[in-house]
Design a protein around this ligand. Sequence first.
Ligand code: ADP
Ligand code: MG
Length: 396
Amino acid sequence: MNKQTVKDIEVKGKKVLVRVDFNVPLGDKGAILDDSRIWAVLPTIKYLIAGGAKVILCSHLGRPKGKIVAELRLAPVGQRLSELLRHPVTCVGDCIGAEVEKEVTRLKEGEVLLLENLRFHPEEESNDAEFARSLAWLADVFVNDAFGAAHRAHASTVGVAEYLPAVAGFLLEKELEALGQALNGPAHPFAIIIGGAKVSDKIGLLQNILDRVDFLLIGGGMCCTFLKAKGYEVGRSPVAEEDLALAQQVMEKAAAKGINLLLPSDVVVAGEFAADALFKTVLITEIPSDCYIMDIGLESVEHFGAVLLSCETIIWNGPMGVFEFPAFQTGTKALAKLLASLDATTVIGGGSTAEAVTALGLAEKMTHVSTGGGAALRFLEGRALPGVAALRDKEN
Ligand code: ADP
Ligand code: MG
């Protein structure tokens, strides 16, 4: 990675503002459903504590849209962080202003302060210069460890870097190296599995990887478009006209480059698009005209598996079915188990995909599970991440 990290700067006695991604999924009563994102930034925080920094953490949580939303306060996250760190964490009721400045002044070396949800201020997302300056005012240096927010040009990811020396944390570094290695220097054969809802959501990714992969495996809602483009009946599954043209282009480009493009051979269909719909598995030649395609079938998983077994590098983005409905998680789960059993380098990029792998307890079995959904997708599309671009380059 060509960006400086916390190891390249002096942290002892310094007030270090660390942007983290504590945007954890919350349950009905505000319970933290998955604390992977908190675990993921512990190495950076521990390093700073051990190095005698005064640690000032900031994050967003949910979508409060510029207003104070009591359920989206960061105090419960601070408590969980404190348990995981086995170290006190002080929470404060805002992220800028006099009260926060007072708390920062009180901070001693090795102490940790967690600022309130950045998105309670509309200026965070609009990357307001004054707001960014107020945040920067709190600290001597800035560390970005929020990979999940690196694709957003917000005050706490890009704005503050105008006013403070800005470097990467260990999670950001690890994400960029794992995704970068898989995308840019992979051992071959190299396969990418793409799922998700629509072709248009993933067209940037499809176009970027067509120059790189040996195998392209397609599932999820977008396989309907490819199947239809090949002349199969896809029932009531929505297929946009412009997506058909895109799928056609992808297939032509893949053929021209000698890339093996695999579609499912069987799918799970349902009479309605609903969690409790009756469903059955059919071959793609037998899709009824009055049904929705909800998942890939297990024969498809087997076919995919036979190909993946020969691969050295595999990237997976996007679930194979309508993952929100338990009945249609089967294809995604089976594929996750399959990937977990392989020796290949396996990289999971995508919010729902990571969720699926984590829920199955298989995250440890993958080479890398990205903590950033949108950021991972943008990276895999070959586009710059503004939060990364804003950091200091390594000196040669
Ligand atoms: P990720 O978050 O891993 O990047 P996406 O957001 O691209 O994944 O895709 C997830 C969405 O794709 C889910 O909302 C899921 O319901 C949808 N999806 C998957 N398969 C289908 C399908 N057959 N029909 C409709 N939607 C689907
Ligand atoms: Mg998603």
